[in-house]
Design a protein. Structure first.
Length: 92
């Protein structure tokens, strides 16, 4: 999945859950880019979306979208690479 596709999914999720006053795509990207404690920021993002899930199936879907964003979007702590890019780089 491309960064643009991930960003589109996050924007759609924000609208679907009516979270525009709480979080934006820019804020999600900023949290991911500036993460320092990894798990803490990841759990925070998961909680924002999963708390609004009407059922377990939707909660899993929302968590998957956040996980894809986390693994696909760049992190400053990884030298501007995403975790997926780091894995690919280390494979070669």
């Amino acid at each position: 999945m491309t960064n643009k596709q991930i960003e589109q999914q996050i924007e759609e999720l924000i609208k679907e859950l009516q979270l525009e006053s709480e979080i934006s795509l820019k804020k999600v990207k900023d949290i991911i880019w500036n993460e320092e404690e990894g798990n803490k920021e990841f759990q925070y993002l998961i909680s924002i979306f999963v708390e609004k899930a009407p059922n377990l199936e939707k909660a899993n879907e929302f968590a998957q979208i956040v996980s894809e964003a986390w693994n696909t979007l760049p992190h400053k702590s990884l030298g501007g690479l995403s975790p997926i890019e780091v894995l690919r780089k280390n494979k070669n």
